[in-house]
Design a protein around this ligand. Structure first.
Ligand code: NAD
Length: 456
């Protein structure tokens, strides 16, 4: 065996990394500046498309974008830098790096429920990672699609970002082209179409899908707080949120108290009634309105149940589903209707959840840490909030995404940069060799086994 000190290469610090940081920051800064310029138009577009209040427009659609651009600009030098990792003796301790490179051309397909933020948050990460991006906003939130296109055109970075507007026909056409990465947010049914199309080109995909996110209320619980937080999670954007609590699994002893508290909370949220409140979003269109009120059929209404066809608004409503096979218990509700199912204990809730597709979000309200731990350990979901709703989404240090039927791939915060980067493995090696490792092979296998354990 020959052992000599080997020379090894290293990532050249004078490569174009500095230039890349600068140019990617320039795009992000001009994006932020243009979004700020059109902030009022974004708020108006959200009002026209969804009847979103200014507060919800700011907190769920606009301010998270500013924050994400700011933190991405700040952490870009860290994220972009090749990360050094150790090398085994077999390689004479050469130098090794995880080197993030952009995938190339990314396609972002976004939905209508949070049309602005779900277009821009993935965009920020994809740009930071050095990709070229095409955004396909939802045609259903048409005013928002227009403003997204206007903003992107005005940033004057058409080499980096383009917008393709349109509906199914245009998206189908786009999906026939070869992209290097597809980031899709939308329904599970369209997610399957996207994944099939991506498979034709062997394009990697992230699927941010939806589904039914359960909410468990244990026997030992602060029911007042639980009712307020569940009502907020369900009423925000009128339940048109991928991680809205879809249905309740409640300990039988807490059901009456919950219904009473829920009524009080809704009255305090919307003193003139939800339907007359400017703080309460409308259902996006007639088709979805009809779909959501259709869920009232075949269920007992415990609270609410009124709606206004002209305003496309449905009152926050509690129902008891007659059985598990009716549409309201089979489909994602995506509206302000909350079915309540009684349980005898948390084991029953765990059994129910595990019998159904893996949810995007799971909510647990309990005073007993052992019970929340048990549920977390025995179920699978994209994310969990304990004693609140939507909370894990708001913490951008946590990866966000689904599992199984609720999606694949995680993003938010630094994860978004990682998602849109191919971590190229780079191993620098010197001149030295173990000649005996080459054919003709002469090392007895028992020595090989011992040696391999030591040097690899
Ligand atoms: P959708 O699947 O109908 O549409 C999403 C996008 O796909 C749109 O841009 C649309 O133009 C396009 N599209 C629609 N039909 C298509 C087809 N046949 N071929 C190709 N493209 C097509 O979803 P939606 O109604 O806009 O949004 C609601 C769904 O999105 C819900 O299921 C919700 O849970 C989910 N969602 C998930 C997240 C998440 O982060 N996981 C966030 C928001 C919404």
């Amino acid at each position: 065996m020959i052992f000599k000190r080997k020379t090894s290469g290293k990532i050249n610090k004078h490569t174009n990394i500095k230039h890349e940081i600068k140019s990617r920051r320039t795009v992000l800064k001009s994006l932020k500046k243009t979004i700020k310029k059109y902030e009022q138009e974004i708020i108006s577009a959200l009002e026209k498309d969804l009847g979103k209040s200014k507060t919800e427009a700011l907190t769920s659609e606009i301010l998270p974008i500013y924050k994400d651009i700011k933190s991405t600009i700040y952490s870009l030098p860290d994220l972009i830098m090749p990360e050094k990792v150790s090398s085994p003796i077999l390689l004479f301790s050469g130098k090794a790096y995880r080197y993030p490179e952009p995938y190339g051309h990314v396609l972002i397909i976004s939905p209508w429920n949070y049309p602005i933020t779900l277009s821009f948050i993935p965009l920020i990460g994809a740009i930071a990672a050095g990709n070229k991006v095409t955004i396909k906003p939802s045609e259903i939130s048409a005013e928002c699609a227009k403003i997204i296109e206007k903003i992107i055109n005005e940033t004057q970075h058409s080499n980096t970002i383009t917008v393709q507007s349109g509906g199914v026909k245009e998206t189908t056409h786009l999906l026939e082209s070869k992209f290097d990465y597809i980031f899709f947010t939308g329904s599970s049914s369209v997610g399957k179409i996207v994944m099939k199309a991506a498979a034709n080109n062997l394009t990697p995909v992230t699927l941010e899908l939806g589904g039914k996110s359960p909410c468990i209320i244990d026997k030992k619980v602060n029911i007042k707080k639980a009712a307020r937080r569940i009502a907020f999670g369900k009423c925000f954007n009128a339940g048109q949120t991928c991680i809205a609590p879809d249905y309740l699994l409640i300990h039988k002893d807490m059901k009456t108290a919950f219904i009473n508290e829920f009524k009080k909370v809704i009255t305090s949220f919307y003193p003139k009634g939800a339907i007359n409140s400017d703080d309460y979003t409308k259902i996006i269109n007639k088709k979805h309105f009809e779909r959501v009120i259709g869920y009232l059929d075949g269920s007992d209404i415990l609270y609410g149940g009124t709606y206004n066809k002209d305003k496309l608004k449905i009152e926050p409503t509690l129902i008891t589903p007659t059985n598990d096979d009716i549409p309201v218990m089979q489909e994602e509700i995506f509206g302000p209707i909350l079915p309540i199912i009684e349980i005898n204990d948390i084991d029953e809730a765990i059994g129910y959840i595990n019998y159904h597709p893996k949810p995007l979000a799971l909510y647990i309200f309990t005073k007993k840490r052992a019970n929340s731990d048990k549920i977390i350990n025995k179920t699978s979901s994209g994310g969990v909030s304990v004693n609140n709703t939507l909370a894990h989404y708001l913490n951008t240090n946590l990866p966000f995404g689904g599992v199984g039927d609720s999606g694949m791939g995680k993003y938010h915060g630094k994860e978004t940069f990682k998602l849109f980067s191919n971590y190229k493995a780079i191993q620098y090696c010197g001149k030295l060799d173990i000649k005996q490792m080459y054919p003709p092979y002469r090392i007895p296998t028992f020595i090989l086994r011992k040696m391999y354990n030591i040097i690899s």
